[in-house]
Design a protein around this ligand. Structure first.
Ligand code: ARG
Length: 588
């Protein structure tokens, strides 16, 4: 379905041509003076140069041609050459009715669906999710939902970190604590126990302990490195332990991601890419891309146009060990083989941007990937505390994600004390509001920017916050419940009537931005555009709600129209918040 700006442009086009000007000037945009008009065209200003005429004269000619168009209530030329446009109320209402009839509110699915892999989440086994994992999960999930809504075939992959030194550290520490376990006996021939020798809470204690200890004790670190190497070369007992670590961790990770309303299609791990490494390395050598430098195998990735130093991409260390980027390159090989995606989007901390630049260049240079696949790095900024420094616990430690969520939930519950609600519903509602507070607080910022985690502001029911948006949805839900309770039958054959108030018009104009919002959010990988949209729509709706009698309107036709408009706003808001990964409760 054509967007409203497109429809306006169609009319402008005819007029520009009729007046003898190139139609390329017939461009419309939202007005930047909403107090004067709804849309504007600046084409006359640009055309003036080509046609050597005063811009306002051209604008005047266009306005004159279109003054009787049924699409416009008002179209005027103003100095120095703007064409100010206000839509006809019937035309606007028609558009809204068409939106309401469309399942996607007029936002057509793409004609050329692409296969897109989104690498997000960034979790590692054996380490609990901490606040640093919040952003990739929230942003990645939203991008995934937006791309899917646009009609693409999207595969979300958590790409679990499971193959590096942390595993060697856990193996080493487990060995120090329980040397008699069969995993360490190289002559052991039986079946290893089914039950893991540690729980998730054990792992959460073991890993930080071992990591800290290894920093002080070089011989311990060497032991862990050796264990990592043995694991990677297939020592049976270590593989069995590693499998336990994965099982215990993944179960816990899934639980927390579910709480976050984040769902991965794939739970692939770094280790899954390992089988692709030998051939990849062989090709890199044979293709003449890789060379030995100081014992290590590297690929040069610098380019003449570089303004900063881009170091070579190391593929194998001098002892033959693989690295984080070896795995990432092999994962590209794997993804290409399994899915042949036209795009891989990495939602990762922007501090890894140089790293990904190296990996992408290396992948292209060594022909792991050709031009039919886009590699996109969506680097996100840091979530800071009120002091402007990376968010920490009060004592300076890393804050576990679960603890943070619990905290927010408790704050929300505190605000809801007065509500007359059963405990179950109260808890469920609080968790939905808390999640919306956290997610919206994050997503409403441009992903690449740092932001300040301001709990008080985020959980506020007023202002540009998640709870405010949910509140608006809940308001519409209860309005519709009232309609039903009072036995009012909505006449589906009667369309939404042309607005007779400013607030009604504003709601409609906000709704008209849906298609462009979704397209921009997808093209620019920018969930914050959806946040802007839902906030504006919520605001417009709440003003409309306060100024008009909806369910109690004596004019039955108007009542029908207002209920239908409210219902449409509710549906659009729920769809939009769904794309952000939020869920509205029934009451709040
Ligand atoms: N697990 C990594 C970390 O903790 C993030 C993974 C990001 N994705 C990737 N393909 N490298 O930093």
């Amino acid at each position: 379905m054509k967007n409203i700006i497109g429809l306006i442009q169609e009319e402008l086009c005819v007029a520009f041509k009729k007046a003898g000007y190139d139609e390329k000037y017939a461009k419309a945009a939202l007005s930047n003076r909403p107090d004067l008009c709804q849309y504007q065209c600046n084409g006359a200003l640009a055309a003036a140069k080509e046609y050597h005429k005063a811009p306002v004269q051209i604008a005047g000619e266009i306005a004159e041609i279109l003054k009787d168009s049924s699409s416009f209530k008002e179209i005027t030329a103003v100095k120095p050459g703007f064409i100010n446009i206000t839509l006809d109320d019937v035309f606007l209402a028609d558009f809204i009715n068409k939106m309401a009839e469309s399942e996607t509110f007029g936002c057509d699915k793409t004609n050329s669906p692409e296969t897109i892999v989104i690498d997000y989440g960034g979790a590692n086994v054996a380490k609990p999710l901490h606040v640093g994992h919040l952003r990739p999960a929230i942003i990645g999930e939203s991008i995934k939902r937006i791309a899917r809504y646009a009609g693409h075939n999207v595969i979300g992959d958590v790409h679990l970190g499971d193959w590096g030194l942390p595993i060697g550290l856990i193996i080493t520490e487990t060995r120090h604590r329980n040397p008699d376990l069969p995993y360490f006996d190289e002559d052991f021939k039986g079946e290893y126990p089914e039950e893991a020798p540690f729980t998730i809470s054990d792992l959460e204690e073991i890993y930080p302990y071992a990591s800290a200890y290894s920093k002080e004790h070089p011989e311990y670190k060497e032991e862990a490195q050796e264990a990592t190497a043995q694991l990677q070369s297939g020592r049976k007992g270590y593989l069995a332990l590693w499998q336990h670590i994965i099982n215990v961790s993944v179960e816990d990770l899934k639980r927390i991601y579910t709480k976050l309303n984040v769902e991965f299609d794939l739970w692939k791990k770094e280790s899954d890419a390992q089988p692709y490494i030998p051939d990849m390395v062989k090709d890199m050598k044979e293709g003449g891309y890789a060379h030995i430098d100081d014992g290590a195998l590297v690929v040069d990735v610098k380019e003449e146009t570089d303004t900063k130093e881009i170091p070579p991409c190391m593929i194998l260390k001098s002892d033959g060990a693989t690295l984080y980027n070896t795995t990432d390159l092999a994962t590209i090989v794997e993804r290409r083989k399994l899915f042949n995606p036209s795009k891989i989007i990495y939602v990762v901390d922007k501090r890894q941007s140089l790293y990904f630049e190296q990996v992408f260049r290396c992948a292209r240079k060594t022909k792991i990937i050709d031009n039919s696949t886009d590699l996109v790095f969506l680097g996100f900024g840091t979530m800071n505390g009120k002091d402007g420094k990376p968010f920490k616990t009060r004592d300076g430690g890393v804050l576990r994600l679960e603890v943070l969520l619990k905290d927010v939930e408790e704050q929300v519950l505190g605000k809801m004390k007065e509500r007359d609600m059963a405990e179950d519903e109260m808890n469920d509602t609080a968790s939905k509001i808390a999640l919306a507070a956290v997610k919206y607080g994050d997503l409403s910022n441009q992903a690449s920017k740092d932001y300040i985690f301001d709990m008080e502001r985020f959980i506020s029911f007023e202002g540009n916050t998640g709870p405010y948006i949910l509140y608006t949805i809940v308001r519409i839900k209860s309005l519709l419940a009232k309609v039903q309770k009072e036995g009012i039958v909505i006449d589906e054959n009667m369309p939404v009537a042309p607005s007779c108030s400013q607030t009604g018009t504003d709601v409609m104009l906000s709704l008209c931005k849906w298609q462009d919002t979704i397209n921009a959010a997808y093209e620019e990988l920018a969930p914050h555009k959806i946040c802007q949209f839902v906030y504006e729509l919520s605001d417009a709706f709440n003003k409309f709600y306060h100024e008009n009698r909806i369910v109690n309107n004596e004019d039955v036709k108007l009542r029908n129209s207002y209920i239908k408009l409210s219902r449409l706003v509710g549906r659009v808001l729920e769809t939009a918040t769904g794309l952000l990964g939020l869920e509205a409760p029934e009451r709040m």
